[in-house]
Design a protein around this ligand. Structure first.
Ligand code: DGY
Length: 314
């Protein structure tokens, strides 16, 4: 029987293939333990917290398939896997709508200052009704710029269209079908940043996009604008973001992802009232996490049986 390593307990209701070895410890599997366990492994079902690099592949000479329970693959050296004939699977599509819901929820929450309102109530600071209390921005009638109009970015754009927002996007490729469907207009990154009231990041992290949103990019954002990141923390230079939020350009940020994760509680961003940080929960609905795990198992089994993966890395 193929030796299969699964690096985390799967969501309730999803079983790993019979005979799998599953890390049952708290938190991610320690890298040293993973290196030991993969020595005989033919299949690996991993999480975005695991590093799948040349070192791991050297330690796993019999490996035939790496199946990640996430869409993002920045923790997996896909090229190195390819060179060694190791198939790589991930979990696109099944998490698109849930992650877009999260992006929109974060955007609405910080634009309308919901977390600050909750904090005020909890602290007993809610006095008489005040015509100037917690004045925020608007969604309707404003311009949303989407950096990376792939599956998730497009799903965010569809939600924004329903809210009466004007839409811009940028990315590696023009999307004529999306432009026709939603009336969304293409801009280069500097143009998008300077024209948008709110910016959502939904693009993969790689060598080209690391710190794409740096001090220079942030300085192009409008006064009063919003930055939302539901992709990977490494897209944003967090030191530059601290300074930018202090200056009010952007005025607020909402981050589902940070660099590092978890972000230390004493990091300046954590205490800033105009920064909402949640712990990488973009796809964390019960239904979606189950669907992700099912697809990860299906990819794993297909790879071990020598069939095409239902969702192979491209
Ligand atoms: C992913 O899939 O890449 C997310 O970050 C977790 O859902």
């Amino acid at each position: 029987m193929a030796r299969i390593v699964v690096t985390r307990r799967l969501p309730a209701g999803v079983q790993p293939p019979v005979g799998s070895w599953v890390w049952e410890g708290e938190g991610p599997i320690p890298h040293g333990v993973l290196l030991e366990q993969v020595a005989e492994a033919e299949g690996l079902l991993c999480m975005l917290t695991d590093t799948i690099d040349e070192e791991l592949l050297d330690a796993a000479p019999r490996l035939r398939v790496v199946s990640q329970m996430a869409v993002g693959l920045d923790n997996v050296d896909v090229e190195a896997c390819r060179r060694r004939g190791v198939a790589v699977g991930h979990t696109p599509d099944v998490l698109t709508e849930t992650t877009a819901d999260t992006a929109f929820a974060l955007l609405a929450a910080v634009v309308r200052r919901i977390p600050e309102g909750r904090d005020l109530v909890r602290s007993g600071g809610w006095g008489e009704w005040d015509p100037e209390l917690l004045l925020g921005g608007d969604l309707w009638g404003t311009t949303l710029g989407i950096v990376g109009a792939g599956r998730i970015g497009s799903a965010v754009a569809r939600r924004a269209a329903g809210f009466g927002m004007h839409l811009l996007y940028t990315g590696r490729r023009r999307k004529p079908h999306l432009e026709a469907e939603l009336g969304i207009a293409y801009r280069d990154l500097p143009g998008l940043l300077s024209e948008s009231d709110h910016v959502v990041l939904s693009l993969p992290l790689d060598d080209d996009t690391y710190h794409l949103i740096d001090a220079e990019a942030l300085s192009r954002m409008k006064e009063g604008s919003t930055l939302v990141n539901v992709a990977r923390g490494g897209l944003v230079d967090h030191d530059a973001l601290v300074e930018a939020l202090r200056r009010g350009r952007p005025a607020r940020a909402a981050l589902d992802v940070t660099e590092p994760e978890p972000i230390p509680p004493d990091h300046p961003l954590v205490g800033m009232p105009n920064c909402l940080i949640v712990p990488h929960i973009g796809s964390a609905s019960v239904r979606t996490r189950r669907a992700m795990a099912e697809l990860a198992v299906a990819n794993l089994v297909a790879g071990l049986e020598g069939r095409p993966l239902p969702a192979a890395a491209t």
